[in-house]
Design a protein around this ligand. Structure first.
Ligand SMILES: [Zn+2]
Length: 241
C-alpha cells in the first residue's frame, strides 16, 4: 500500500497552504486565512477592507525531527464603523488555531501547557527541548503568573463596571485597594489621587447617560491617568449597556 503524503497536510485546519521552504532541520510553511473578512476586536463588526499585510511567525509542532515554523500572511483591516475607536486591526486566526498574540499554534500551546502543569517550569522546559518543542524557560516559568493576573484584571474591571452601574460608591475604596497591585494598577492609583471626582462621576450621570457620554467621561479619566487600558474598559462598558 502506498501512502501519499502532502506537505500541505501539516497546516492546521482553517489555514490555507501557500508554499514551503525546507532545510535539513526545519520546515517553513507560508500560510494564510481562508476567511474573506475579519471582525473588529473592539466593536465586533466584520470588515472586508484590507489595509495592509504583514508576516507573523509562529512555531508549530515539530514534524519527523524537523522544527516547523508557520509564516502567517496577516491582513490588517480597516474598521468601517464610524464611531469605533479602532481604525485598523489585524485579523485573528481563531483561538483553536493560533491564539491572539501567541507565538505558537494552539496545538503546540496545548502540549506546552500540559507539560508545564505536569512538571512545573524548569523540568518542563528541559523536556520540551528534548521533544524539540520550541519553548523558552521564561515561557513555562511565567505562564501561570501571567494568566492569573489577566483573570484578576478582568474580574476587577467587571467589578468596576458593576460599581458604576449600581452607583455603589462605598465599594470604590476596597476596589482601589484590590486593583492597586495588578495589571490595572496605574489606573487604580490614578483614581486614588482624584477620588472625589471619580466618586462624583459614579454617583452622577454615568449609569443613566448614553454609552457615548460614558465613554467621553472614561476618556477624560483615562487621559488624566495616562496608561489606563481604555480599550478594555470601553469594550466592557459597551458590553454592559
Ligand atoms: Zn470597530
Amino acid at each position: 500500500m502506498r501512502t501519499h503524503f502532502r506537505i500541505s497536510s501539516l497546516v492546521p485546519s482553517g489555514l490555507l497552504f501557500q508554499s514551503v521552504s525546507d532545510s535539513t532541520d526545519s520546515i517553513i510553511l507560508l500560510v494564510r486565512s481562508r476567511a474573506a473578512k475579519a471582525r473588529c476586536p473592539l466593536c465586533g463588526v466584520g470588515s472586508r477592507r484590507v489595509h495592509s499585510r504583514y508576516i507573523r511567525s509562529v512555531a508549530d509542532l515539530p514534524s519527523a525531527g524537523r522544527a516547523v515554523q508557520l509564516r502567517l500572511v496577516t491582513r490588517r483591516f480597516t474598521c468601517e464603523v464610524p464611531h469605533c475607536r479602532r481604525r485598523i486591526f489585524a485579523e485573528r486566526f481563531g483561538e483553536r488555531v493560533v491564539p491572539a498574540r501567541s507565538r505558537r499554534t494552539a496545538r503546540l500551546e496545548y502540549i506546552v501547557h500540559h507539560l508545564g502543569l505536569a512538571l512545573g517550569g524548569r523540568p518542563a522546559a528541559a523536556l520540551a527541548r528534548r521533544l524539540m518543542l520550541p519553548v523558552s524557560n521564561d515561557t513555562l516559568l511565567h505562564r501561570r503568573c501571567h494568566r492569573g493576573s489577566l483573570v484578576d484584571a478582568r474580574y476587577l474591571i467587571e467589578r468596576f463596571q458593576a460599581m458604576v452601574r449600581q452607583k455603589a460608591v462605598a465599594e470604590l475604596e476596597p476596589w482601589i485597594a484590590a486593583a492597586g497591585a495588578g495589571l490595572i494598577g496605574s489606573f487604580a492609583s490614578g483614581i486614588l489621587k482624584d477620588k472625589a471626582a471619580v466618586c462624583a462621576a459614579i454617583t452622577e450621570a454615568w449609569s443613566n447617560g448614553q454609552t457615548e457620554g460614558q465613554i467621553t467621561k472614561l476618556k477624560l479619566i483615562s487621559q488624566m491617568y495616562g496608561r489606563a487600558k481604555i480599550d478594555l474598559l470601553q469594550a466592557r462598558l459597551i458590553g454592559a449597556v
